[in-house]
Design a protein around this ligand. Structure first.
Ligand SMILES: Cc1cc2nc3c(=O)[nH]c(=O)nc-3n(C[C@H](O)[C@H](O)[C@H](O)COP(=O)(O)OP(=O)(O)OC[C@H]3O[C@@H](n4cnc5c(N)ncnc54)[C@H](O)[C@@H]3O)c2cc1C
Length: 295
């Protein structure tokens, strides 16, 4: 008799050998051994605990906007927090609480509607609150980290812990939130009129859209800005615009984005990233650090 499947008691919420490409922005990559979509916080805690006990590697996928999944796929459990229990946004005074499965756009709409200002400069950044916290999403106009009051996380035994503001560090496109699962976050915002917030939101949206590659539906941002430098400028000066490997091409509008043509693979993207990295190192002696997560 074959041994029982891993995490067998959670079969109702597991899809085995599930292709991950449809769940990522680049629409690339192989399957997950198990795609797990818990329905409640208790169920999520139990899955995390069981993964620890069975030695099953555990990852969380947000909207996959900062993510490249390798063609061969990933072993272990990939969690998606898409059920209502993880996507709520609630407001109490100037304090907002959001589940990490909520989208950043849902969070911005709800806060703007309630006359709460701050997050509107993030408009147009695709992804979930969880992904935004992990990567400290934002740009030179502001980032999500500056408004965070506390973050609820799960440790590897599935226990809930609260990370307070004074233990959190948010830097350029990263944070020290490295717990296995981020559950929810509380933000402190300022009061303002909805009209004024919407006006700022429109302006931020126009600026962000103008900077994106034209075919941004299949594009991914690649590198972080090195201290005091701008990755896009280094890549441009290294002559990388429109460089192509297989079906992956450096965007001519912003060379820090890779655009994938039909038939492109994760392998093409990875080879192009290597090429971009080594050209910039040769020309400027700068080691660009990847922003995109690779599984
Ligand atoms: C067209 C385009 C434009 C973009 N513009 C910007 C921009 O202007 N500024 C910017 O900062 N970024 C930008 N990004 C990058 C991306 O949108 C952000 O990094 C976003 O916050 C990622 O969110 P996600 O839900 O898609 O996370 P994913 O890509 O799914 O995951 C990112 C990381 O977060 C982890 N993660 C996600 N959720 C959880 C959770 N609940 N618990 C634990 N770990 C979790 C994942 O494991 C992974 O390590 C852009 C991307 C694209 C494609």
């Amino acid at each position: 008799m074959p041994p029982p499947a891993r995490l067998a008691e959670f079969d109702a919420i597991i899809r085995r050998n599930e292709p991950l490409a449809p769940y990522t922005y680049l629409k690339l990559g192989g399957p997950a051994e198990m795609l797990v979509q818990p329905r409640s916080r208790d169920e999520l805690s139990a899955v995390v605990r069981r993964c620890g006990e069975e030695g099953v590697p555990l990852r969380v996928l947000g909207s996959g906007c900062n993510m490249l999944v390798r063609d061969e796929g990933v072993g272990g459990a990939v969690l998606r927090l898409t059920e209502p229990a993880f996507c709520e946004v609630t407001v109490e005074g100037r304090r907002v609480r959001a589940g990490t499965g909520a989208t950043v756009s849902a969070l911005i709409s709800e806060t703007a509607r309630r006359g709460l200002a701050g997050l509107e400069t993030l408009v147009g950044i695709p992804g979930t609150v969880g992904g935004a916290l992990r990567t400290n999403a934002g740009d030179n106009r502001g980032d999500i980290g500056q408004f965070v009051r506390q973050v609820e996380v799960l440790d590897s035994r599935g226990e809930v812990l609260v990370r307070e503001r004074d233990e959190l560090h948010f830097t350029d496109r990263s944070s020290n939130l490295d717990d296995p699962v981020l559950l929810s976050a509380e933000f402190d915002l300022d009061s303002d009129s909805t009209d004024a917030i919407v006006k700022r939101m429109r302006k931020a949206w126009i600026l962000r859209k103008a900077a994106l590659p034209l075919s941004f539906q299949s594009a991914g941002r690649v590198f972080k800005n090195p201290r005091g430098l701008v990755a896009r400028e280094l890549l441009e000066q290294a002559g990388l615009s429109r460089t192509r490997v297989g079906g992956a091409e450096v965007s001519d509008r912003d060379p820090n984005y890779i655009v994938v043509q039909e038939g492109g693979s994760s392998r093409d993207v990875l080879r192009l990233i290597d090429l971009m990295h080594s050209r910039v190192r040769e020309k400027f002696n700068v080691d660009l650090e990847r922003e995109m997560t690779v599984w």
